[in-house]
Design a binder for this molecule. Structure first.
Ligand SMILES: [Mg+2]
Length: 368
């Protein structure tokens, strides 16, 4: 079996509602679907979902990199030589994690489809057939709007992630309290600060954390200040999750040593693919750090990859953030994810276990 084509399709994808976090307002998403085909008719799909807050990659640059750098490396090669192929791709792609993610995912999908097994089997086997997921409430100026959305989410999810750091500290904490008052004590609440608090903000916020009933603070400090957490983390009654601080496997190894967090957010897109995410997970797990599987709110292909990745991890400290497809107006892969009992079923078919609608990809092609 030899790779004959590597295609990248830029999508015109839009969210049903504006999603606010950190300093970002997202209404559209510059996703790119990568399709790898072979001479015997096998096919694999991958998805890149670049986010400007994380990477300089753009939809346009990803399409160009796939055509100019990746395709010449992959065409004519055996797609089952997955990791050696990624090593060759790494020689031509520097600091392009979202592009690598699409290639890595497509190679997994292709191998799984060709062998007739789910990607979770290729990852060593599934520890679970359903992955617990949390809801999300984007930041809003109006605390009542956040509380209303949280109440809506609490009907579906047993835990909710929300955002802080964008407003003034006291007002943001009041927003969190408004959410807690609205949803009651039973729903677990996590807060992602996206690195927007200064150390003094964190110290001021800490007394209110147990009052509000937060179980986890994600990336409370900017990446360059996280060293300050070394002495603090062990004394806290709240988990500290590293997200922006963990962009590479090397970052996970550093965190295992410096202990500036108790949990890492394992998004396969930001880490440069499921292969790197698995390595980061093994390093973190071996060091006794908790894992939660994150995402950058992707469509159905990348989300299916996240579900297989989460299924194949022995321990998950927190529910995963994998309901991205529900936030988009468009559907490119079926079956659509469905949240039942605050969990999503891991697809069971070969490869990623989703049918990709190539006609929909052509209709959504941003170049049209
Ligand atoms: Mg985060």
């Amino acid at each position: 079996m030899k790779i004959t084509a590597v295609e990248a399709i830029p999508l015109k994808a839009t969210f049903a509602q504006t999603f606010r976090f950190g300093t970002t307002d997202r209404t559209t998403s510059p996703n790119v679907v990568v399709i790898i085909r072979t001479d015997d008719g096998a096919v694999g799909y991958g998805e890149a979902c670049p986010v400007p807050a994380f990477t300089s990659e753009t939809q346009h640059s990803i399409v160009e990199l796939i055509a100019e750098r990746v395709a010449p490396v992959l065409i004519g090669r055996d797609p089952m030589q997955h990791v050696p192929l990624l090593a060759d791709v790494a020689r031509v792609l520097k600091f392009a994690p979202f592009t690598v993610t699409a290639i890595d995912t497509a190679l997994y999908d292709l191998a799984g489809r060709a062998l007739g097994v789910p990607v979770s089997t290729l990852l060593g086997g599934a520890f679970r057939d359903r992955v617990a997921v949390h809801g999300s409430v984007g930041w809003d100026e109006d605390p009542a709007a956040m509380a209303d959305l949280a109440v809506e989410q609490a009907a579906t999810y047993t835990s909710i992630k929300t955002y802080a750091g964008r407003g003034e500290l006291g007002a943001d904490l009041d927003r969190l309290q408004a959410i807690r008052d609205a949803i009651g004590p039973e729903i677990a609440l996590f807060v992602d600060v996206n690195g927007m608090w200064q150390p003094s903000d964190l110290v001021r916020a800490l007394p209110r954390v147990p009052e509000i009933g937060l179980s986890m603070l994600e990336q409370p400090l900017p990446v360059q200040s996280t060293g300050l957490l070394t002495t603090l983390v062990g004394q806290l009654r709240v988990d500290i999750c590293a997200d922006e601080s963990v962009r590479t496997v090397t970052d996970a190894a550093r965190l295992a040593a410096d202990r500036t967090a108790t949990v890492i957010n394992l998004g396969h897109s930001k880490l440069g693919g499921p292969t790197a995410a698995r390595q980061a997970a093994q390093v973190a797990d071996a060091a006794g750090l908790g894992l939660m599987v994150g995402s950058v709110i992707e469509m159905g292909i990348a989300t299916a990859m996240g579900l297989h990745l989460a299924a194949a991890l022995p321990r998950l400290a927190y529910p995963a953030y994998l309901m991205g497809p529900l936030k988009y107006r468009q559907v490119i892969a079926t079956p659509q994810v469905e949240v039942i009992g605050s969990a999503i079923a891991v697809p069971t078919g070969p490869g990623l276990g989703v049918d990709v609608d190539e006609a929909a990809l052509r209709r959504l092609d941003a170049r049209r």
